[in-house]
Design a protein around this ligand. Structure first.
Ligand code: ADP
Length: 505
C-alpha cells in the first residue's frame, strides 16, 4: 500500500511526547512489511538542530508551493530526505515553524496555532500533487492534521487526483482538540464557512474544533488503546466529543501503541552505562547504583531521615518521566509526597510542564535532599538512564490514552505502578505473588491514598526478592514491539480504502 503518515511531530525530527514516538516508529515497521510509506511533518528549529547534528542525512529541496489560506497564498518549501529507508518530507515555512517550541511556551499556546496547522495540512495536500504521488491512505494524527480530510471532502472532492485517497485519524489524546474562535474560519480558503460551521461538522459550543473535523470527515477513526476507545465515548472522558464519537462507534477502533525496540533496548542502549538482559540482570543494579551516586542520593543522607536505614540495593528506586500535567496524576502524587518520602525509598523525577508542579517539586526537592532528585526539562539521555536504573516506575495518570512509559519500563525490567485507566489498564495487571501472574501494581480510585497503597504493595514485594524477580521477568518477557500493532494498522488502512472504493462504486 501507499501510505502517507502526516504528523506535527515524529522522532527523531521533533518531539514533545508520545505522538512523536508513534509516528517515528510505525512508518519504519510498515516499510519493513513492504509498504511504500512516507512521512511528512513541519521543519521546526528542533528539526534543524537535529539535521545539523546529523549531516549524514542530506536534505534535498524539492520546490516551493503556494498554499491557499485566509483568502491569499502563502509559500512554503517542500524538502525531502531519506531516513532509514523511508522518504520524509519536511514542510518549511520559517514564519510558522522556526520557533523554539512546537506548540507554545509554558505561559501558553502560540496564538496562531490554528493558522500554523491548517497551513501545514493544506500544504501536505498540495505537496502530493507536486510530487505526483497519490497515496492509498493518509494517516492523520491528532488535531494538527485533522483538517486534511475536511479539505479532501470539500475543495478536492471532485478532483480525480485526490478523490480516491482514504484517511484514517488516530486520536492520541482527546484532551487536546485544537479549539479556536470562529473568526479562524477564514483560514479555510475555498470552503464555504456556512457548510462547515454547523453542529454536525466542526462547530463546537460556538467555536471551531479541528479534531472534530477529523472525527467527522476521516473515513476511519482510531485511538491508541481499546479501553481508551471505549472511555472517550462516555461523558466523563469524552471532553464534549463523546456524542460525536459514539455516532462513529462502528468505525472507532483501539490499537495499542508499540515502542521502538531498537531505541528502547537495555542490551544495546547507548545512553546507559551497563547493558543487560534477562540473563544478566545484575547489571541493572549497577545502573541503579551509578545513577544514585550521580545524583548524590546517598545512603547516609537518606538514612538520616529513615527509621530503619537499609543498604543501597534494598532501597527501591522509584522513577517518573513525563509531562508535569494534571493528566499525569501529579495532583494525587503531590498529596502523598510527605508520606512517600518518609518511607525507605528514593525518587527520581524528570519532566517539564505546568508551573505549579515545577514550584511544588522544587520545594519538595529542597526539603528531601538526598532522597529525591528532581530534574526539569526534556532530557532523552536521562530518561533512558531512569528507565534502566529504577526498580519501579510511577504512572498515576488521571487518564492515559495508551502510555509509553509503562511499556518502556516493562522492557527495562522496571516494574510499573499505574492507575487503571486507558492503555495502562490494557497493558498492566496487578502482580499476584501466589500465582506469579501480573506485571505491575495497580489502583483504580483516583486518590493519593490508593496510589500510596499501591506503592506500599510494590515496596513490600520488593523486599521478597524471588517474587520481585518473577514480576520483573514476566514484564521483560512481554512483547510490545510495533510488529503486532503495525499489522492492526494495515488492517485499518485496508478498511478505509475499501470504504472509499465502495463509496465511489
Ligand atoms: P504523553 O501523554 O506525553 O504522550 P506517553 O507516555 O505516551 O505520554 O509518552 C511520553 C514519551 O515522552 C515517553 O517516551 C517518555 O519517555 C518521553 N518523555 C516525557 N517527558 C520527557 C522528558 N522530560 N525527557 C525525556 N523524555 C520524556
Amino acid at each position: 500500500m501507499k501510505i502517507l503518515v502526516a504528523t506535527s511531530e515524529a522522532v527523531p525530527f521533533a518531539k514533545t511526547g508520545g505522538l512523536a514516538d508513534v509516528t517515528g516508529a510505525l512508518p519504519l515497521v510498515l516499510k519493513e512489511k513492504g509498504h511504500d510509506v512516507r512521512l511528512v511533518l513541519p521543519e521546526y528549529t528542533m528539526t534543524k538542530k537535529w539535521l545539523a547534528n546529523n549531516p549524514q542525512f542530506a536534505v534535498k529541496r524539492i520546490d516551493g508551493i503556494d498554499v491557499p489560506i485566509k483568502g491569499i497564498s502563502i509559500k512554503c518549501i517542500v524538502q525531502e530526505l531519506k531516513y532509514k529507508n523511508i522518504t520524509v518530507y519536511l514542510i518549511k515555512n520559517d514564519d510558522y515553524f522556526l520557533r523554539d517550541e512546537l506548540y507554545g511556551t509554558r505561559s501558553g499556546d502560540y496564538e496562531d496555532n490554528a493558522e500554523r496547522f491548517i497551513f501545514f495540512s493544506r500544504a501536505v495536500l498540495k505537496m502530493l500533487r507536486l510530487k505526483d504521488w497519490s497515496p492509498d491512505v493518509i494517516h492523520l494524527n491528532d488535531w494538527q492534521t485533522s483538517t486534511i480530510p475536511l479539505f479532501l471532502k470539500t475543495v478536492y472532492k471532485d478532483d480525480p487526483f485526490y478523490s480516491s485517497i482514504a484517511t484514517i485519524l488516530t486520536i492520541h489524546n482527546l484532551g487536546y482538540q485544537g479549539v479556536f474562535n470562529p473568526s479562524e474560519l477564514e483560514l479555510f480558503s475555498g470552503v464555504d464557512p456556512q457548510e462547515i460551521f454547523t453542529m454536525d461538522r466542526i462547530e463546537f459550543y460556538g467555536k471551531i474544533n479541528l479534531l472534530k473535523a477529523g472525527i467527522i470527515y476521516a473515513d476511519i477513526v482510531n485511538t491508541v488503546s481499546p479501553t481508551y476507545a471505549q472511555e472517550i465515548q462516555t461523558s466523563e472522558c469524552g471532553y464534549g466529543l463523546d456524542g460525536v464519537l459514539k455516532q462513529r462507534s462502528h468505525e472507532l477502533y483501539g490499537i495499542i501503541n508499540g515502542i521502538d525496540y531498537d531505541v528502547w533496548n537495555p542490551e544495546t542502549d547507548k545512553e546507559i552505562p551497563y547493558h543487560y538482559n534477562l540473563d544478566c540482570l545484575e547489571n541493572k543494579e549497577l545502573n541503579k547504583l551509578n545513577l544514585i551516586n550521580y545524583f548524590h542520593l546517598e545512603t547516609k543522607k537518606a538514612a538520616a531521615m529513615s527509621l530503619q536505614p537499609l543498604p543501597d540495593e534494598q532501597i527501591p528506586l522509584i522513577g517518573l518521566v513525563g509531562r508535569l500535567a494534571a493528566q499525569k496524576g501529579l495532583d494525587i502524587l503531590a498529596e502523598i509526597f510527605e508520606s512517600l518520602l518518609s518511607m525507605d525509598i528514593r525518587l527520581i523525577l524528570l519532566g517539564s510542564g505546568e508551573e505549579k508542579y515545577h514550584s511544588l517539586l522544587q520545594k519538595i526537592a529542597r526539603k528531601y535532599r538526598g532522597k529525591i532528585s528532581v530534574n526539569f526539562g526534556y532530557n532523552e539521555e536521562l530518561a533512558h538512564r531512569i528507565y534502566a536504573s529504577a526498580d519501579m516506575f510511577l504512572m498515576p495518570s488521571h487518564y492515559e490514552p495508551c502510555g509509553l512509559g509503562q511499556l518502556i519500563s516493562l522492557r527495562y525490567g522496571t516494574v510499573p505502578i499505574i492507575r487503571k485507566t486507558g492503555g495502562l489498564s490494557d497493558t498492566i495487571e496487578e502482580f499476584d505473588p501466589l500465582s506469579g501472574d501480573g506485571n505491575g501494581f495497580t489502583f483504580t480510585e483516583y486518590s493519593g491514598k490508593s496510589l500510596l497503597q499501591a506503592i506500599k504493595r510494590a515496596c513490600y514485594i520488593y523486599q521478597h526478592k524471588p517474587d520481585w524477580q518473577r514480576c520483573v521477568v514476566s514484564g521483560m518477557k512481554q512483547d510490545y514491539s510495533w510488529s503486532n500493532s503495525a499489522i492492526e494498522y494495515v488492517k485499518l488502512y485496508r478498511k478505509a480504502v475499501d470504504k472509499v472504493r465502495k463509496f465511489k462504486g
